[in-house]
Each structure stands twice: as structure tokens, then as C-alpha cells.
Design a protein around this ligand. Sequence first.
Ligand code: GDP
Length: 831
Amino acid sequence: MSDNDGKKTLGLGGSRPSNVKQSFSHGRTKNVVVETKRKRVVVPKPGAAKPTGGAGPIIGGDPSKRPAGISDVELERRMKALAMAKAREAEEQAKREAEEKERAAEREARRAEIEAKEAEDREREERAKAKAEEEERKRAAEAKAKAKASAPAAAPDAASVPGETAVSRPTSAPRKTDRDDQSRDKGGKAKPGRGDSDGRRSGKLTLNDAMAGREGGRQRSMAAMKRKQDRARAKAMGGSVEREKVFREVALPEAITVSELAIRMSERVADVVKALMTNGIMATQNQTIDADTAELIIEEFGHTVVRVSDADVEDVITKIEDDPKDLKPRPPIITIMGHVDHGKTSLLDAIRNAKVVAGEAGGITQHIGAYQVTTDSGAVLSFLDTPGHAAFTSMRSRGAQVTDIVVLVVAADDAVMPQTIEAINHAKAAKVPMIVAINKIDKPSANPDKVRTDLLQHEVIVEKMSGDVQDVEVSAMTGQGLDALLEAIALQAEILELKANPDRLAEGAVIEAQLDVGRGPVATVLIQNGTLRQGDIFVVGEQYGKVRALINDKGERVTEAGPAVPVEVLGLNGTPEAGDVLNVVETDAQAREIAEYREKAAKEKRAAAGAATTLEQLMANAKQNENVSELPVVVKADVQGSAEAIVQAMEKIGNEEVRVRVLHSGVGAITETDIGLAEASGAPVFGFNVRANASARNTANQKGVEIRYYSVIYDLVDDVKKAASGLLSAEIREKFIGYASIKEVFKVSNVGKVAGCIVTEGVARRSAGVRLLRDNVVIHEGTLKTLKRFKDEVAEVQSGQECGMAFENYDDIRPGDVIEIFEREEVERNL
Ligand code: GDP
């Protein structure tokens, strides 16, 4: 006890202290105060069996359970005792209940009393207030002063808590100083030489101990102290985690990675992996597990599961209906549809009043976009410049109903043709009103009335036939009737009463998207509601971004675009697809989350669709029509317009034996996803002015998927046509012999720009053809002017070696570009 003399020990309340003497080597001893906490007396809950009766039911209830060696008399006695105990218990229970009731009544009464008192107080206060108001200002001021005076009076009440701490402080403070003095004493004389070892053994480094240690002579190094402190801290922290484990509500999506699950539970990843392993699931931290598995783990850790749907992330896109008073009139959006060669492009061009380069042979329009015109009467009309029906339907299937009015072009010298009927059906399906433009009225062979009667058969009754569909005779060539057509559209728009709210976050539809060499991904968006501004954060399909710049249909930069205005949007992270809906959201994180969710969902959908194509559809087709086989293809192009044009052309190909089916078409480099899809259906992949990225190329080689590159639509279509009609003979085809990547670009006088390259694959050959690729998009095709290795002109450079290359008549080369080296050879066709 000598150690503890005058020293208070930290103790458990209500404990019985006792001393234990510990002896150490070298004759040292130490007294330790051991406290034994008295066991808490558990008051049996009302209704719970008494300890004495505890064994009763077992004995009495079932003779088979009766302990051996108990006589009947004994049993009877026990039963009696049990009955008595029960009776006593019931009595006690009743008594307890009565007491409880009494207490409750008392509590109730007290509460009522307090409430009454409070109400009285309040009333008094109110009365006082009213009085104060009644009296003059002066007296009010007096009352205030009184109130002020009463405030400190209330203080002692409130101070009761700090008072407690103030009381407890003196008890703890002297204790500290006591020990301080003692340790100093000890360090000084009582126990010479023990100051240090004491401190080391105490397991706790306090400031006092440290001080004592220093006084004691030997000084502990800073590092040692720090280590000790760290250890103590780690120990304390480790302990507290276990003691104060927080049980959380864990939001669980349909699938989750192991690491994300660990984060959401605030558990260590290693523990989660271990838990999975004990459940027989081997998963690394980056692996995704399904919700059911995750739920099991979450429950194992003691947390609660809150299942959330992934789709919830889309909820941030406000779907609030606009207040009718916020709505303002907006221009109509018009799509021109009709049979090939009936003059859609010509009409659009005529309306735009600008000469566009004469369309490609066969009427395939390579460019799509949109533009606005103003009629003579001042109405603004937005025209969609889409190549036929594929865009219209693909947009509709993606949920973007962009068109308000369809202008159905029918050539007066022709008649209603298959695609005219298709257009009518599309317009009807979309419930979009139609206006019939009877084109080529300038032609001598024009017979507009034949067109009108033909249309009757397809339930299109024009005004001239006493119907309600407006019809206008026009000539895209001479411009005749164009104004009448525009006025007819304006009139139709008026009837539709098109409105939108420009004062909300923008929503729009992508009508065209491409990977621009200089500007990155660019999307032409038609705003449908709200106003899109520079700097807005948006999600569009599976992509997201922040509006870096807006460019209108005249090529001018604008800062905002309102309803029905088409604009080019710059600042996307990737190329969206036509028909994708653009939504402005509040934060970058939201945009990214939505885009990622959509990408995942689309991937799953594509996988499912791929399977359906190969198994179900192909089988069904084979069964249905034994003679017709399908030629599935995957198409990737540099711009949406080309992709659409190719798809349209492909769909037209086919005879009695073969039909072409486009499994997927898109914009940008050929990726592994494309290869996967092609492989699943045994389809070739067509790249139009785009290339496969490295991983896609490897996968294609491994899986035997054919990738064919084209730069002329008609070559592509022609090849497919020939393949379809079984005319696959030997052909001249390109073979890639090498790739080189440009490291640096030098300017050399008399030569021009020279690319310092490294051959990354195959060989570079002077005589071969070359293409310049930027972001896997072909930007130039030609021949080499020079191929140099260390200043010498060489015929060939092998993979891994550096060389200098210059193009014949082409100078726009940049570091990072890739040069593709190819040769033409005769090969057997095997589409
Ligand atoms: P699309 O395939 O429907 O886009 O049709 P185009 O606009 O490419 O036109 C097909 C052909 O019809 C082109 O050769 C045009 O010159 C011609 N064409 C278009 N409109 C007229 C017109 O009003 N009068 C005459 N005479 N020819 C026209």
C-alpha cells in the first residue's frame, strides 16, 4: 500500500478494492490494486420463472424427463412447492402491476401538473407581454430591463451542468499534481534508478512520465517516444473500432465490386474478401459480385441491406412537367421523307438556299444535320437533314421523338413507291402530321393528280381530294412552290401549338455525332426543351461532358441554344449516337454516374441481343425459309451520316438466297465489343474510314473475325452485294504489312515535313501504300516520298526500328499519328 499512500486510484464505482503484491526479479516488488466489481443483481422480469421454479416444469411436465431417483411423494411435494411458487408469483405479479399502475397514475398526474404549470406560466407571460405592449415604450423598456435581470436569474439553473464539471475538476486536479509530486519524489530518492523502467513498463506514456523520465537521468530518444505513442494510439484505435462498431445501412445496387462493397460497409477489403472466401466465393477486390452474394456478406458483417436499383441514378434527370404558364411557342421540327430519288436532298438544299455539293451517285446522302430557316411571313422552321428513314426510326427507337411534322416527298413523274409507303407508316406510327410535297412539278411528265389518287390507297387523303392532309406542288429544281410549302408547314405548326419552356435545364436529341479530328467528339443536338448554355454539365446517352462550345447551323459560335435550335456541342467525353437524348444535370458526378450506368446496361443488352441473333433469330429464319440465308455484318464508320448511309444501302441488298443483316452500326474505331458481337454471329466487321484499335485487332486475330476496311461507300456496298450473290471470286485486296507511330515531326527544307517514326508492327516498305490515321480515323491515303534510316534511303524498315517518313503531297502530320502501311494483293474472297 506504500505505493498508493495518499494517491487515489482510478476505480470502478461500487467496487471492492484489494491489493496484490507482485514480485519481480532483483527483489523488486510492486503493489497492484485489484478491484473486483460487484456483480449486478438482476431483478427478474415480471413473468419470468423464478429460479426455484426453474426446474419445475421439466420435472412435472413430462415423466420421461423426470430425474431418476425421485419418488412420487417427493415429486408431489415438489409439484406443490411449484404450485405455491406459482401462486406467489401471480400474487407478486398482481402487486407489481398495481404498483406500476399507481406509479403511472402518479407520473400522469405529475405531468399534468407540470403541463398545467407550464400553461399557467405561458399564460402569465403572455399576459405580461400584452400588458407591456399596452403600456408606453418607456415601460416596455423597463420590462425589458426586468427580463434582462431575470435572464441571469435563470443562469444558475443552466449552470448546473458546468457546475458539475467544476466540482469534479478539483478532485482530478490534485490527483494529478499529487502523482506528479510523488513521481518526482520517487525519481529523486524513494526508488533510485527506477524512474525509467517504470515509465517503460507502465504501457502508457504520459506527459508526466516523460517528464519524470527526463529528470531521472537517462533520456529516451524522440523516436522511441514517438514509436511508443504511435503504438498506444494504434492500440487505442484498434480497441475502439471493436467496441464501437457502427452498423450501417448499406445501399446495394444490382451488382457491386468487392472494394466498393467494403467502402460502403466501412470494412477492410481484406476482411470482405475473406468473408467471401469462407462462403466459397473467390473474388478479388476489383471483381463484381451480384446483389444476392453481397447481401449475404453485408448481413454477415451485421449491417442492414438497402437494395437500390441502378436505374435510380437516372432520377436526377428532372422529369417535372412544365407549368403551362412557363411555356412559350417554339419552332416546329420538320423531317423530309420519301422514296429514293424523289428529291429529298434537292428539296432540303433548295430550302436552305445554298448549293450543297451534288449528292453522291444513287442518292446516298453522306451528311446529316439540321438547319433553321425563316419564312417570308416570319415563321422559324427547323429542318432535320436526315438520310431517309433509318435515322427517323432509330431515333424513335431510342426514345427521341424529334419530329413535329413530316414532309412526304413524292415525285410527280413517278408515283407512290415502297419507301413512300414506308414513310407514311413511319409518320403514322409516330403520330406526326404529314404534308405532301409533290416534287418535280417542272417535269413535262409530271402527273400530280396520279400521286394524289395513289395516296388515297394508303389512307392519305390530301386537301385537293377533300381530305385534311395539305398538299403542295413544288419543284426543287426551279424553286416553284417552295414558299407555298413553307407556309403550309408554318400553318400546320400553328395548328399544333408547339410550346416549350426555355427557362429550365436543357433537354435535346442527338441528330448526328462524329469524332472530329481536331475538335474531338462533336454532336449535333436539337434542343427540345429548356436552354443549353456554355458550361452546362450534361449526360447524353452513354456519354457525358461539359459544354465547351456551341456552334449553330451557320457555323457561328453561340453561347446558348433554346428550344428547336440545332447546335453542334463540343466538350463530350465520347461519341454518342444519333437519337441519344441529352440532359443537363447539376453535377459532374451525376453525369458520370448516369453515363456509366447506361454504358453497363447497354453492354448487357447488346450481349443479350447478340445471343438472340445467333440462336433464336438465325434458327427461326433457317426454319422459316430454308433457302434464305442471312449475311450478318457489323459496321463502324467515321461519321454517323456514313454509318446510316451504309446501313441503308446494306438493307437494300438481298435476293432470294441471301439477306444482309446489320447487327450493329456505329461511329468511331472498331473496338473489342464490336469484335465480340461479330464473333458471336459469325459476322465480318466493316470499317469505313476507321480502324480497329490494338486490342480489337488482337482479339479479331485470335477469334478469326474478319475486319475489312473501306474508304469508299460503293466499294463496301459492292463487296457485300457480290458476297450476297455468291460472286466471290479472286480480288485485289489490301493487306496490312505494318504500322508505324509518329514520335516527332521535323521540317526539312526541300522535302517538307518529315515524320520521325518507330515501326510498331510488321515492316515499313517504301513501295507500299500508306495511310495516316489519327484516333483510328483515316485522314489521308497516299504514297511515301521517302523512307529513311539514319539519313540513308532504304527500301524496308523492320518492326522496332526508328525511321523517317514523308508523304507525297501531304504535310499535315502530327506526333501521335499512326501510319498504316499496306500492299495490294490478290486473294480469294471469303466473306
Ligand atoms: P433523294 O434521293 O430523295 O434525296 O433525291 P435527290 O434530291 O438526290 O434527287 C434525285 C434526283 O432528282 C437528282 O438528280 C435531282 O437533280 C432530281 N430532282 C430533284 N428535284 C427535282 C425537281 O424538282 N425537278 C427535277 N427536274 N429534278 C429534280
